[in-house]
Design a protein around this ligand. Structure first.
Ligand code: MF3
Ligand code: CO
Ligand code: CO
Length: 285
């Protein structure tokens, strides 16, 4: 790690929960018609995406996931005036999720240093003015091996192809079926225990968005719905095992790699708006 980065980390103080402002609770909703609500969702999505961009230069060999948690926590609270949604969510102990290598999701930041060749999903959820933004991406630590790169690319492509399908009238089962077909075509498996979800003025609401399913079935999408798609794709088998505090951490049972990408979406009159789009993705989707 460069001295500059180390210095920045050392200058940060993590006051834990004390410095987190109180949420302004709004009635739980995951579908909106009011312009003000939609603007609130746009702002929250942009802030969540900005955290991923901000973290990029810090994800280098030698950094610990606890340090990444501290950096993200401070940025969210102090720079963005927002709330890190994971902290204390059903007892989750940290402000971000960091899922390294065979960890599928809900990895808890710790004091282990990342090393060259690791691959880590960082999942950011923030609350701004009561609205939630939720997004994640994979980060390579050093140069990734070709098989790692391929798993991540296919997972990201499965998210993008699903996003492109979203518009009023499409059914939840259509989306899941398309993601699973794409993963299986590449000889990967799809995690079934965790799904995308409605989000809005609540973290996890209706509808559930499985990354597998039967086309032509499930909830019909309508204008104004806001939800995530967040496929978790495994290099080996789909099976999950749990560990860590309150069994939060989900790992692959076979110890092989898992990848995940996530965006928050708004169903528009004739398509979709990606609320957590990053600049580098324009043109990709
Ligand atoms: N951000 C995760 C999601 O995409 C949820 C994390 S819950 C936590 O739904 F408590 F682990 F943070
Ligand atoms: Co989510
Ligand atoms: Co998330």
């Amino acid at each position: 790690m460069s001295n500059e980065i180390l210095k920045q980390i050392q200058e940060l103080t993590y006051n834990g929960r004390l410095d987190v402002p109180q949420a302004t609770p709004k009635p739980a909703a995951t579908q909106f018609t009011d312009h003000a609500d939609i603007e609130g969702m746009r702002t929250a999505g942009k802030l969540a995406a900005d955290v991923l961009n901000m973290l990029l230069p810090f994800v280098v060999p030698g950094v610990t996931t606890n340090e990444l948690d501290i950096i993200a926590h401070n940025y969210i609270v102090k720079e963005q005036g927002a709330i890190p949604a994971p902290l204390d969510y059903h007892g989750f102990p940290k402000s971000i999720c960091t899922s390294v290598n065979d960890v599928i999701c809900h990895g808890i930041p710790n004091d282990k240093k990342l090393k060259k060749g690791d691959v880590v999903n960082i999942d950011i959820t923030i609350i701004k003015d009561g609205y939630y933004g939720d997004t994640s991406r994979m980060f390579f630590v050093g140069e990734p091996a070709p098989h790692v790169q391929r798993l991540c690319r296919v997972t990201q492509e499965s998210l993008y192809l699903a996003i492109k399908m979203v518009k009023p009238g499409v059914r939840i089962g259509d989306i899941g079926a398309a993601i699973a077909a794409y993963a299986h075509k590449h000889n990967y498996s799809v995690v079934e225990e965790y799904c995308g979800h409605g989000l809005g003025t609540t973290f996890h609401g209706e509808p559930q968005v499985p990354h597998y399913g039967v086309a032509g079935t499930g909830v019909v999408l309508e204008e104004g719905m806001t939800f995530t798609i967040e496929p978790m794709i495994n290099a080996g088998k789909k099976d999950v095992k749990h560990s860590g505090q309150d069994n939060w951490i989900a790992k692959t049972k076979d110890g092989r790699l898992s990848a995940q990408y996530e965006h928050s979406l708004l169903v528009t009159a004739d398509g979709v708006e990606i609320l957590t789009l990053r600049e580098e993705e324009t043109g990709l989707i």
